[in-house]
Design a protein around this ligand. Structure first.
Ligand SMILES: NC(=O)c1ccc[n+]([C@@H]2O[C@H](COP(=O)([O-])OP(=O)(O)OC[C@H]3O[C@@H](n4cnc5c(N)ncnc54)[C@H](OP(=O)(O)O)[C@@H]3O)[C@@H](O)[C@H]2O)c1
Length: 282
């Protein structure tokens, strides 16, 4: 039995379906089993990572855990949650983030600091672990979907920022290999897509996928910051994202070959991701 956390989300949803395809028994942790859209054959169990005592039912009889952490929101409960998980499961595959290093300090309010903290807790918990450190998710570009649907124009800053965005399914593929196979204990997999595209090129690729041109219109960084905060993102996080994109104009993200090495097939190009998600942009 494998427990998948984040099972109703981007990455965890693919982990669930890939495990089912392999005939593995899957249990999904969710805060609300009544509304969780999960495939047939998955046992949905209520639990909240921010409330470690609520995890016991979900952890009963579990061999391995796919752990996706709700960064920052549940950090106060991380030590107790990891201890509980390690007390039951033999193996944990943790979704961390590219940019985390083994010696990164835990900076208050920072996503990378939160992942570094979780990695440290898991390393010290006496459980077999594998860390996935993906770079930016292609699915982040869904933020543009409302304006693409309405106008066919993306009005953002840093159209020249180069990113090696990864398909959420590829992250899940490596996670499933680490959950179900041997040889991944103690491995840290830095995962990216197969190519670096500028944000303007990503918008154009979405246009090709939906059969209608999508144009990038450059606006000042302050506008992007304002839009991100208006979408509900904490200001510090929005500032971090804008600063990171600023840096990626002059230092585009590099790709890694890790996905192909581990999975034995090439990573999915952004253009294919856009085709897979065309319905979200039409
Ligand atoms: N986006 C990026 O570019 C990027 C890059 C690197 C790393 N990451 C990391 O990837 C993770 C996000 O992955 P994602 O996009 O697949 O997630 P997502 O689609 O945003 O889904 C979040 C999932 O977390 C679950 N969840 C939220 N709070 C929870 C809680 N308190 N207890 C239990 N479950 C909880 C939700 O389940 P229910 O609602 O069903 O409870 C949902 O399934 C984060 O840790 C992020 O830092 C993201």
């Amino acid at each position: 039995m494998i427990l998948v956390t984040g099972a109703t989300g981007n990455v965890g949803g693919h982990v669930v379906s890939q495990l089912l395809n392999r005939g593995v028994a899957v249990r999904a942790l969710t805060r609300d089993p009544a509304t969780a859209a999960l495939p047939d054959g998955v046992e949905a169990v209520r639990g909240d990572l921010a409330d470690p005592a609520s995890l016991d039912t979900a952890l009963d009889g579990v061999e391995a855990v796919f752990l996706l952490w709700p960064t920052l929101a549940a950090d106060h409960a991380a030590a107790a949650a990891v201890e509980r998980i390690a007390g039951r499961a033999r193996r944990v595959v943790y979704v961390s983030a590219r940019g985390v290093s083994d010696d990164l300090e835990r900076a208050p309010g920072s996503i990378l600091g939160s992942h570094a903290y979780l990695e440290r807790l898991i390393r010290g918990a006496g459980v077999e672990w594998t860390f996935l450190r993906p770079g930016g998710f292609a699915v982040n570009t869904l933020l543009w979907a409302p304006e693409i649907r309405a106008t066919g124009v993306v009005r953002r800053s840093h159209g020249a920022a180069g990113r090696a965005l990864i398909h959420e399914r590829d992250i899940a593929t490596v996670g499933v290999l680490a959950l179900t196979g041997d040889g991944h204990a103690g491995a840290v997999y830095e995962l990216t897509g197969p190519e670096t595209l500028t944000q303007a090129e990503q918008a154009a690729a979405i246009g090709e996928a939906i059969g209608r041109p999508v144009r990038w219109e450059e606006v000042p960084p302050e506008n992007t910051l304002r839009d991100l905060v208006a979408s509900g993102m904490p200001a510090a996080m929005a500032e971090g994202i804008v600063a990171a994109h600023d840096a990626m104009v002059t230092s585009p993200e590099t790709t890694t070959a890790t996905f192909e090495k581990v999975a034995g097939v090439p990573a999915t190009p952004f253009r294919q991701w856009a085709i897979d998600h065309a319905g979200d942009f039409r």
